[in-house]
Design a protein around this ligand. Sequence first.
Ligand code: WTA
Length: 643
Amino acid sequence: MKIESHYELSDLIKPEETFCKKANIQNNDLYEKANHNRLDFWEEQANQLNWDQPWDSVLDWKKPNAKWFVNGKLNATTNCLDRHLTTHRKHKKAIIWESETGQKQTLTYEQLHKKVCQLANYLSQTLGIKKGDRITLYMPLTPELAISVLACARIGAIHSVVFAGFSANSLQDRLNDSESKCIITTDIAVRRGSEINLKEIVDEALEKVTSVKDVIIHKRTNKTINWVSNRDHNFDEAINQSSTTHKPESMDSEDPLFILYTSGTTGKPKGIIHTTGGYLTHAQYSTKVVFDIKDDDLYWCTADIGWITGHTYLVYGPLLNGATVFMYEGTPDYPNTGIFWDLIERYSISIFYTAPTAIRAFMKAGESIPEQYNLSSLRLLGSVGEPINPEAWNWYYTHIGQKKCPIVDTWWQTETGGIMITTLPGLHDMKPGSAGKPLPGIQAQCLQDDGTTIHSGGGLLSLTEPWPSMARGIWGDQERFNEVYWSKFETYFAGDGAVKDKDDYFTVIGRVDDVLNVAGHRIGTMEVESSLVDCPKVAEAAVVGIEDTIKGQAIIAFVILKEGISESANLEQELKQFVATKISPIAKPKTIIITPDLPKTRSGKIMRRLLKQAANNEILGDTTSLANPQIMNTIRDILQSNI
Ligand code: WTA
């Protein structure tokens, strides 16, 4: 496979001197230390946390199984909360929250600590949840979600946050896979002006789940909702009736902290496991060096806690650093595309971390919108989730950062736990479109298909040394973990293609497998395909990604209908809706193409590569292995009349 960047990378852009002079990282010392002795370097980072018991050795590595800070003991929340209470941060704001409807809430470190202790007591004492039990959190982006995450971590329960945009079906799969004992939810979520009844979705999901014994509901409204006695509990009452002091569970460094489901190449989402000591070490360290966090910053990461970015850079990373986090429950385009700039102005936000898809949408709406706001409080910008094209980068740099804020384009994955590749904002020059260099302590390479290293040029991105926040496995399926990440090369295979240039900067191109990246959300083609064939009218389906100017990629589904079903005007809509209901609206195909057949090899494998090339209007590659080559002409004709 030939991997090359189609970006014209422009000249290096230097960060402003005023920024550099005050930056947390101003020289190459960290790189030198890490290159000199990687394990000593990581040990030094781990020492920035409070441990109940020190580790015996830094790393025990038997590919693909890593143990970091072996036999060390600690609790995530004593590090995120308790240790700040003996400092000036006790009365510092930990979370400032606003919702789309204008609701507001602020919690100081002391107040957050209290609530976390109360919920922890309720979970362990009243509900009898024990260390290692799984709790699923299905909530909108509210402080109560952060409180729930931390309460789980305090008692050693493994949290599994499921993004509240997922359907009852998807929630059910995740509850069953993790065998959660308890679920914490909310009566409603608000999104773009409409209310979504989360509790109803939970009740529906629970119809086919046997493991869940208790449901805790955060009630935001006075609406009457279905209440199952002996199962349902009120979140606020649970907190109010519980003690504010709680002794945290001392966790082994390798005890799981959370599971987070993410898409892979097969239909079944993978429950990625992260453990305690290594994950927290990297979360604390990377937040400090990449986001340059200082005590007087107001830091806003726009990701939902339902994704890894929200876990690491909205909850754990900033709280470990004693930062003030801004949380907004809302979308960038409602009630208008000025809402984010309005929030930045009103709250004087200084660090802003968002996704390229949002930036491209802002760019489309035009710079006249941000121009109406005072964005001078900003000092650093970040991007994550997919490649940012140089045009969007430059727009972000010019119109949001006013050419004075460095941009950190951070490459990482659910599996890596934290940022792996980026520029350090006060140290490196930036290249629009290119993420930058591996962080100190991280090693990355581009490899050829046969595993040989490419020193300059395009290849498959691999992380070549173990790192503390690496995923430890897939919940219940260690074999799949070994197969997906550790069988292609001797080292970790990320599934992305990248180009390494002469300055050792990595430009990440995108996925090389059957995983799509739609608006920064990973969606497996197989996931969408299996939901389509679940529809009684569909015989077969193949899904590919096409380039989309706002979302990066959009989904196009090729569908063969069952005998006797004919195309109709409503059918396309019906199939789209079917996927939205089965998985989530984020997985909804942009276009449905009804076709009489799909391109298949003689052994019956669908050749998605050809469909992708046809859909993107590219020249078709090798078609000699097709059993039915003539179908590609038919498909091209149908596409031309559809897109
Ligand atoms: C893509 C999100 C280019 C990549 C943190 C990766 C990126 C996948 C970038 C992981 C970036 C993320 N530049 N591509 N800065 N950041 N990606 O697990 O394809 O939701 O493999 O984690 O997003 O998505 P995930």
